[in-house]
Write a protein that binds this ligand. Structure first.
Ligand SMILES: [Zn+2]
Ligand SMILES: [Zn+2]
Length: 151
């Protein structure tokens, strides 16, 4: 029977393939996992589609550091909290502009300790900012629809 593979590509494409299928030219693979059952593979595929939507929302918020300086909406690169994966995204995704991501004043450029020393806050604070903003959007949307959040 073989097995099922959930694949995610840099293009954002998400697919399920059986283990015997040959990969076509879908581009660079970001993540993949293998499953014995198709049901489980479909569940994970749905999770990854949720991740796509989540990352899109984080992107729209703009760079988390620029935002703290009063400049919301600067174009971002997506940063995952160290140790997290594409299968564990909730609250672990940050949007950072190229400078504040990889630049000399960025999270990777300065390193964890250097970043905190330079800015006075750290990755966790920025992740918390991001999640709070998304939660506020959810609350606003639910209120708009006349629903009570969490019910
Ligand atoms: Zn920035
Ligand atoms: Zn990063």
């Amino acid at each position: 029977m073989g097995y099922y593979i959930v694949r995610k590509f840099r293009t954002g494409q998400l697919t399920i393939m059986t283990g015997t299928e040959v990969k076509a030219d879908e581009g660079i693979e970001l993540a993949s996992e293998e499953f014995k059952s198709k049901k489980k593979a479909l569940i994970v595929l749905a999770e990854m589609q949720a991740e796509e939507q989540y990352v899109a929302r984080v992107s729209e918020l703009g760079c988390a550091v620029c935002r703290r300086m009063g400049y919301p909406g600067t174009p971002v690169e997506i940063h995952y909290r160290e140790g997290s994966s594409h299968f564990d995204f909730l609250g672990n995704v940050l949007g950072l502009c190229p400078e504040h991501h990889r630049g000399a004043t960025g999270l990777h450029g300065l390193g964890k300790r250097g970043f905190k020393r330079n800015w006075g806050y750290d990755e966790d604070d920025l992740l918390a900012d991001t999640q709070r903003l998304l939660d506020e959007q959810d609350v606003a949307r639910h209120q708009h629809q006349g629903k009570i959040p969490g019910k």
